[in-house]
Design a protein around this ligand. Sequence first.
Ligand SMILES: Cc1cc2nc3c(=O)[nH]c(=O)nc-3n(C[C@H](O)[C@H](O)[C@H](O)COP(=O)(O)O)c2cc1C
Length: 409
Amino acid sequence: MDKVLTKNFNVNDMHRFDVAIENGAYSSLEKLFSMKPEEVIEEVSKSGLRGRGGAGFPTGKKWNFIPKDHDNPVYLVVNADESEPGTFKDRAILEKDPHLLVEGILITAHAIGARTVYVYFRGEYYRPWKRFFEALEETKAKKILKTPQYEVVVHTHRGAGAYICGEETALLNSLEGFRGIPRIKPPFPAVEGLFDCPTIINNVETLASLPFIIKEGANAYRKMGTRDCPGTKLISACGHINRPGVYEVEMGTPLASFLSNQCDGTIEERELKAVIAGGPSVPVLTAKEALGIKLDHESLLEAGSMLGSGGLIVMDETTSMPHALLDIARFFAHESCGQCTPCREGTGWIHKICSRIARGEGKEGDADLLLSVAKNMPGRTICVFGDAVAAAVTSFVTKFRSEFEAGTI
Ligand SMILES: Cc1cc2nc3c(=O)[nH]c(=O)nc-3n(C[C@H](O)[C@H](O)[C@H](O)COP(=O)(O)O)c2cc1C
């Protein structure tokens, strides 16, 4: 497997421009600028690259949604909000190889015709922001922050620490200075996004995959991963494992081998109980389910879950599932933006019920009550936050029901 993202993670001072250049940074630009923008989009489409922010939407297809006949500026917005619990892979790129993202930004700017770029950082990500900002300043000073036609102006923007601002339209509202709450779609951002202009929003890891695709070509990228999910993916692994960390794997890697090879198994070889493969907003998998899946979008969908952000949380036999769900419910109740009633009230009720179950004061029927609250949330809200919470809660309660029955804690 070629390392697309982590090749230079262990190079000292890789965030410094001279060190980055010595290690191949910006070497895709010569080829890039010999290509027309539509050829770049075509190459990215051919590579099969899918967004790494969670939904897995094909990147080239998204870029093609920009209207061909418009007079407004096109914006590129980079989503560095990374607030999904257990997800810390974008942070690794920003801290260890920030020039990889700057190069990805230049590739995208050239492809979609963006002269202005905003990088939106999670509020708490001071160090990743600083690393990126310094790398950006150095690149600017070297006068390579441009395409052959125009200068590319890149602004960094630090959020105030709201999870919902990772949702692309809430992010746009926040950037515009409004309250960070999702917008109704359509119109989709590619048509009407930042300041009502065509806007492409992409995740950090998505853009950091581009230099390899341009340099080595779409076919080299497609050689890795699966047919529908080509390439590599960063997995941030945490929980009851011996070696937590950020690992680059080929899409389609069996979770069982990932657990033993990269994570070095569970702590003290305790029995695996459950795995969350893509951050707590995706359904939990039992040990049996988890050991049968592969790390790619299709395999996880088939197993009734999602790859999401690649935030892998491992739970061993010592885990109390009601307590684990309580942690998740507390987070979601706190982070619901409150705009839609089913999500605002539903997350609050779920948190309340989980709290009393975890305190050992659960009432008869609480497991069913949780399922009923969750059933009334999906499809009734502006964004998918509520759907995600409902699916996570339903999976915990149905798969580990006996632990949620009153009196068992
Ligand atoms: C509640 C919520 C939180 C999200 N948080 C993030 C995030 O932190 N980072 C991210 O890249 N995408 C996040 N997304 C997905 C974005 O809305 C969007 O799909 C993504 O940035 C698109 O980039 P991609 O196509 O490169 O994946 C979130 C979505 C939702 C519904």
